[in-house]
Write a protein that binds this ligand. Structure first.
Ligand code: SF4
Ligand code: SF4
Length: 253
């Protein structure tokens, strides 16, 4: 997942949208390890009492928009920092909290629905064949080759999903993409946040339950923007970008 680099423009030359994008980048870099703990502890509850927030005021519309994922394929950004591939260990807190809270009900929807994560890596194919004592040729009979992506994908419905038992028959060696589901790569417009497939019912519930967490992110962005503004007024003229340590106070508390 590509994480955008620092803007090369001076802060004064940025458009409001570019300033916000820069604030989000700085936020991800400096607070990505800290904010999941604040969310884990429920600090957003206090903030939500202090000021009106769209997650409360527009809850019904938000829920309806999220629930459209049952019929229309799309991904939802969730208020947890995405892992930065340049420093995967230090930036894993968001992913950790997601798996700590996410509750898969084993409904199996992701296993028998077209488009739901069935692409196979070479390692997946080797592992599955070894586990089942199959030849590669035998496994490929259950797959289709995607010429565009130049990769193999299990046919739909997944031949390894046991509908009677409602379980994966190769769970211990299932494809990597299945182990990561419902996490999807971050959205282009939200590159610093995790994204989930809105098709998964429990991912939709997760997105609804965590809408209030956005207030923690938004307060931070506001504080960083304010710091950028102050620095700019001081006339430093220099793009201090990520060299400037944002306030550890965050936003309004
Ligand atoms: S659709 Fe979601 S809840 Fe259902 S099995 Fe897949 S990951 Fe679990
Ligand atoms: S391999 Fe297993 S987990 Fe993956 S889609 Fe098939 S049944 Fe589901």
């Amino acid at each position: 997942m590509p994480i955008s680099k620092r803007s090369l423009k001076k802060p004064d030359d940025l458009t409001p949208q570019e300033k916000l994008a820069e604030a989000k980048r700085i936020c991800h870099q400096h607070f990505g390890a800290q904010c999941p703990e604040e969310k884990r502890q429920g600090l957003h509850q206090e903030l939500l009492k202090r000021r009106p927030h769209w997650s409360v005021l527009k809850r019904k519309e938000q829920y309806e928009a999220i629930d459209r994922g049952e019929h229309i394929p799309f991904d939802i950004a969730i208020p947890l920092p995405a892992r930065d591939p340049r420093r995967p260990e230090e930036s894993a807190e968001g992913v950790k909290l997601f798996w700590e809270r996410f509750r898969c009900t084993h409904c199996g929807k992701c296993c028998y629905t077209p488009g739901a994560g069935l692409y196979l890596e070479k390692e997946d194919m080797d592992r599955i064949c070894k586990h089942l004592g199959w030849t590669m040729k035998k496994l490929k009979r259950l797959c289709r080759y995607d010429k565009n992506l130049k990769t193999w994908a299990l046919k739909q419905p997944c031949p390894f999903y046991d509908e009677d038992e409602k379980r994966c028959k190769i769970y211990s060696v299932r494809p990597l993409t299945c182990t990561q589901y419902p996490l999807h790569p971050p959205l282009k417009e939200m590159p610093y946040h995790l994204a989930v497939d809105a098709f998964c019912p429990e991912a939709r519930e997760f997105a609804k339950e965590t809408l209030g967490w956005w207030i923690i992110c938004e307060n931070r962005w506001a504080q960083i923007l304010k710091n950028m503004e102050t620095e700019s007024k001081k006339g430093s003229g220099a793009d201090r970008g990520d060299r400037q340590e944002p306030s550890q106070e965050g936003g309004e508390r």
